[in-house]
Design a binder for this molecule. Structure first.
Ligand code: PAF
Length: 281
């Protein structure tokens, strides 16, 4: 695996891609887990060259403390990528990613304004900024995003359509621990007690999905929210039922007419903000 830090080194290595076939890209902020590795494996299966980036992007953190405490483990990440057979690890400095001030406002559509967009102002603009920059530097044929960040996946899809970026955006299933907790870099910040509490996110989503399986069509938001009542529970930011294409929330309303209803949740466990989601059909 080549470890590259500069745009010129990256361009040099990618220069003869025409001869070597397609390029797959997995953008990350490091603190890698098996969810990331599943993206690398998918990219390897579908492309002749796989590039993974590690960059903890300051512009997408609306809370500076969250940026400070975001887990960083460069050596362990490098070893994991090497083992997974990644071809290029691109790990640029902030100056390489943002040679000038990062002040542009991107057109991301209504999907970016809902849910995470409401609770984390500026977050998706920061994601758009770094993803667009990486897609321009790497020009991959395909880029792989975990569906745990479902809204991010929809926003990035919108970004590539809006700015006519020729990369196919591929959403990959959330990878879960055996007890259901969605894998996330932030899980590394949880104590064993916190981790047990964090399971309420999965339980609340599963309860909404089970209700749909039993034939219930409405009241699903309340079913999920009930999992967060009590001082020992994670502090709920939102539990929402939404249209899976637009993320327009439907609250406790009837899901019958929605082709792809999805439940989405964000909650804090001992200061660590976690998100998860589940397709309801
Ligand atoms: O999902 C993430 O880890 C980040 O938001 C991403 C896509 C790497 C952009 O910084």
């Amino acid at each position: 695996m080549q470890v590259l830090n500069t745009e010129s080194a990256l361009r040099m290595h990618l220069a003869d891609r025409g001869r070597s076939g397609s390029v797959g890209f997995v953008p990350t902020m490091g603190a890698l887990h098996q969810g990331h590795i599943s993206l690398i494996k998918r990219s390897k299966a579908e492309n002749s060259l796989t590039v993974c980036s590690i960059f903890v992007n300051p512009s997408q953190f609306n809370d500076p403390r969250d940026f400070e405490r975001y887990p960083r483990q460069h050596e362990a990440d490098t070893a994991m990528l090497e083992n997974a057979g990644c071809d290029i690890l691109f790990s640029p400095s902030a100056e390489t990613v943002y040679p000038g001030p990062d002040t542009h406002t991107y057109r991301l559509g209504p999907v970016a304004e809902r849910l995470e967009g409401r609770f984390r102002p500026g977050h998706f603009n920061g994601v758009a900024s770094v993803v667009k920059r990486f897609l321009e530097m790497i020009r991959p044929d395909r880029a792989y995003f975990g569906l745990k960040d479902y809204q991010q996946y929809l926003v990035v899809r919108h970004l590539t359509e809006e700015y006519k970026i020729q990369t196919e955006i591929i959403g990959c299933e959330t990878v879960r621990d055996p007890d259901g907790l969605a894998m996330s870099s932030r899980n590394k910040l949880l104590s064993p007690t916190d981790r047990r509490k964090a399971l309420e996110l999965f339980k609340s989503l599963s309860a909404a999905k089970d209700a749909v399986k039993r034939g219930e069509k409405s009241g699903l938001k309340s079913i999920g929210e009930n999992y967060f009542i009590g001082s020992e529970k994670p502090r709920l930011e939102y539990f929402e039922i939404a249209d899976g294409e637009t993320l327009k929330p439907i609250g406790d309303g009837d899901i019958s007419r929605i082709a792809h209803p999805v439940a989405l949740v964000a909650a804090h466990v001992n200061g660590v903000r976690l998100i998860d989601n589940m397709a309801l059909r």
